[in-house]
Design a protein around this ligand. Structure first.
Ligand SMILES: *Cc1c(COP(=O)(O)O)cnc(C)c1O
Length: 352
């Protein structure tokens, strides 16, 4: 399909409009460009926060810390508030920081995929309401899997990628910017970016028939199909299904006697982080899993080798959860752990 064909232009336009419905925004401007979540993070910062200006980062893990690394790369002065891994930064801590000083922007992470924590982002946003700081939210592991309300929460930027809870193939940086964020971009003449400059992309997002740099046709057509699936299911039902899936998965895991890494009341609906029982080797376990066709991820940062991560976001349901639990049960058994056969699926079942 040609990137200038009327068919593609129409799909691109429809995809952008679908993304606004996913994030529940009338006024936000959607951007979709070739890249991934990290590029969307970078675009948010370079367009809105200048060298030497102050950024506050509220982090609950590896991806939250990435905001600080990006800030450093661009000479942005960064205050980093970190939660202990597996927990979230209490809103009270943000309140204190904001009382002690002002910032150009505050960067937050909805679900940190390294720790499985869902932060109380609605509370953070409430604290930012009426203030001058721009609110920037990383929704990569949450958008379209957990409730996010761009307009209602007063967000200035929401970023995500195609490949997580939206359930599309990887390859896209996705960003929504509020009118205030666009105004803040227009007020700058020092943006250290060319193909990551929101203003260069804006005319294309308004009319995808125009040219700035060739769009990744296949990825955008796939994303459009993904947003169509999301909206066909309905946001409320989709969030409810993610919640059921998470509960079922964790009930099954608990039945196997493994320990969850994340604080129970902060555990995300989109993934689970599981501690290895004593004596179970990370690589050996994941090799066993892969043999039955199930791929789980290793852990990152300080808990690498001590835990594994199961994504249960996107278009998955009871079938995938049960097969995954069976595979975990079998893999643990083969690695010498005592497990009661069938116990995980039996515990998960009632949650669907
Ligand atoms: C995956 C992820 C990212 C990075 O996205 P990439 O598409 O891998 O660049 C950033 N933030 C969170 C919360 C993520 O889960």
């Amino acid at each position: 399909m040609s990137h200038v064909s009327p068919d593609f232009v129409e799909r691109f336009r429809a995809c952008l409009s679908d993304l606004k419905r996913v994030a529940v925004t009338e006024s936000g401007s959607p951007f979709v460009v070739a890249g991934a979540g990290t590029l969307a993070m970078e675009m948010a910062l370079v367009n809105l926060v200048g060298r030497g200006e102050r950024l506050l980062v509220v982090s609950q893990g590896f991806f939250g810390d990435r905001w600080a690394q990006l800030a450093e790369a661009f000479g942005i002065s960064c205050d980093l508030v970190q939660a202990e891994w597996g927990q979230a930064v209490p809103p009270e801590t943000l309140r204190e920081r904001l009382a002690a000083g002002s910032y150009r922007a505050v960067a937050m992470t909805h679900v940190d995929t390294s720790t499985g924590t869902a932060a109380p982002v609605e509370d953070y946003c409430e604290l930012l309401r009426g203030r001058d700081e721009l609110s920037i939210l990383d929704g990569v592991c949450a958008t379209a899997g957990m409730d996010e309300r761009f307009d209602l929460w007063g967000l200035d930027v929401l970023i995500t990628g195609a490949q997580k809870a939206l359930g599309a193939p990887p390859g896209l940086a996705i960003l929504l910017a509020s009118p205030r964020a666009m105004e803040a971009r227009r007020a700058r003449d020092d943006v250290p970016a060319y193909s990551a400059d929101l203003l260069r992309w804006l005319p294309i997002m308004d009319d995808p028939g125009r040219y700035f740099s060739t769009p990744p046709v296949n990825a955008i057509v796939s994303l459009h199909e993904a947003t169509r699936i999301v909206l066909e299911e309905g946001m409320e039902e989709r969030f409810a299904r993610h919640r059921r899936t998470a509960r079922a998965m964790r009930a099954g895991l608990e039945a196997l006697g493994v320990e969850l890494f994340t604080d129970e009341d902060r555990a995300a609906d989109t993934l689970s982080v599981v501690r290895y029982p004593a004596g179970v080797d990370d690589a050996a376990f994941r090799t066993q899993m892969a043999r039955s066709g199930i791929v789980v991820a290793g852990a990152l940062g300080p808990i690498a080798g001590q835990a594994f991560r199961i994504g249960h976001m996107g278009n998955i349901g009871a079938g995938e959860v049960c097969r995954t639990l069976q595979s975990i049960e079998r893999s643990l058994g083969r690695l010498g752990r005592e497990v009661r056969r069938g116990s995980a699926v039996a515990a998960a079942g009632p949650h669907f």
